[in-house]
Design a protein around this ligand. Structure first.
Ligand SMILES: [Mg+2]
Length: 402
């Protein structure tokens, strides 16, 4: 019987090796486009924000993000509430402005039914981003531009104790009567709505840029001229230092794996560009698309199964590779690695919780969004070690720590 897949170190990516800065830029640009572009809500630009266009300077991108995320306070707000996906970050930020707009319209006696009655699919079908223009027309008919977005408003206590996916439900429930249907019929999670899917696609257009988007999606983007933020990705620490650390860990006999919320093509290209893909064992890499594929297959028997972190599946899969079946790894009592054979390196609570469930040892690094503020959290949650960044790993694994 094979009791071990050997010695492996599994890395989370964002906040550990890659930065999330370009994702946050893409999220801010997505919200900005949905609110101010002529194709969607077409609201008049407040001062401090560039007029909608697709070719932006770095300064203009920074200005958009500063306003939309209120100096990044909105990013912290959602991170602290365990929102891990940056698609969700864009969607929730935009939806909160939609909440404000629909309250404004409802206050003027304009109902969801007034706006969307008679449309194809009926009132039960959630709206698309293309149908946002109906709200715009109605706003004009109601007397012009009385409504303005206010990006600070999200930073209140509307979410109460809600975390992760619960935030979406919470938000839907506080829409004016009838307006929750913009996300589809009642009971439909906003994250499975047409608006979410459209928002994700606009995000991908900004992140990939026109040319890569066309290749990846096999269709034209909604608007041309986006340059792509992916080519501007920067590592969190010097590439030469990352390379030195990874190659030393390999020399010490560790196999290196990855468990990340990034899709494969958003992982491979930046790592290849930094010339560090070669250090990782391809059979020990688990990405967003792999996890959703398995969710779909297993979902036929277990609907609503969610295998993303903090579920231990992605770390277990990265550890065991093809040795164990997905059904075993997704089960309530999965096969665990032998003590000390599997180490997880992460920057967030979701990584620590997933690592613990996966029977792995956890090292928290302080290069994530919360920086050194995570020290206390990792300590209280029982991390085996807390290190400033991944360049400290070879020394840790050389000492008598194991
Ligand atoms: Mg991370």
């Amino acid at each position: 019987m094979n009791l071990s897949a050997g010695k492996k170190i599994i890395f989370d990516m964002d906040g550990v090796i890659t930065g999330e800065e370009r994702y946050w830029d893409a999220a801010a640009l997505t919200v900005w486009e949905l609110i101010f572009s002529e194709r969607f809500l077409n609201i008049e630009h407040p001062s401090g924000l560039p007029v909608f266009k697709t070719g932006l300077s770095l300064r203009e991108i920074a200005a958009v993000r500063r306003v939309i995320f209120c100096e990044d306070q909105v990013i912290s707000f959602f991170k602290q509430r365990a929102v891990n996906s940056n698609w969700d970050l864009a969607f929730l930020t935009f939806s909160f402005q939609l909440l404000s707009l629909t309250r404004y319209l409802a206050g003027r006696g304009i109902s969801f039914k007034d706006l969307y009655d008679g449309r194809e699919g009926g009132l039960e079908k959630g709206i698309t981003t293309g149908e946002l223009s109906l709200m715009r027309s109605s706003l004009t008919a109601a007397g012009g531009d009385g409504w303005k977005p206010s990006f600070q408003d999200v930073l209140t206590d509307w979410a109460e104790e809600a975390r992760g996916g619960e935030l979406m439900k919470k938000l839907r429930n506080i829409f004016p009567p009838g307006y929750g249907q913009i996300f589809g019929k009642s009971g439909n999670a906003p994250s499975s709505s047409s608006l979410w899917k459209d928002t994700q696609e606009i995000f991908q257009e900004w992140y990939f840029g026109e040319e890569v988007f066309k290749v990846n999606y096999g269709k034209e983007p909604g608007v041309s001229g986006k340059e792509g933020l992916i080519s501007r990705e920067e590592p969190l620490i010097r590439v030469s230092a990352i390379k030195a650390a990874l190659s030393e860990l390999k020399r010490l006999g560790w196999k290196l794996g990855i468990a990340t919320g990034r899709p494969m093509n958003e992982l491979f290209h930046p790592l290849e560009q930094m010339d560090i893909w070669k250090y990782f064992d391809a059979n020990s890499v688990v990405t967003f698309d792999k996890v959703t594929k398995v969710e779909k297959i297993l979902g036929e028997n277990f609907p609503l199964i969610s295998l993303g972190k903090p579920h231990p599946y992605s770390f277990l899969k990265a550890y065991w590779g093809e040795e164990k079946s997905n059904r075993e790894l997704a089960s309530a009592a999965p096969p665990l690695p032998q003590q000390g054979m599997c180490w997880v390196i992460g920057d967030a609570l979701a990584d620590l919780l997933a690592a613990r469930e996966a029977g792995a040892s956890f090292i928290g690094v302080l290069t994530g969004h919360n920086g050194s503020n995570n020290k206390e959290l990792f300590k209280n949650e029982g991390a085996e070690a807390i290190l400033p960044d991944i360049t400290c790993l070879p020394e840790f694994f050389t000492k008598d720590n194991l």
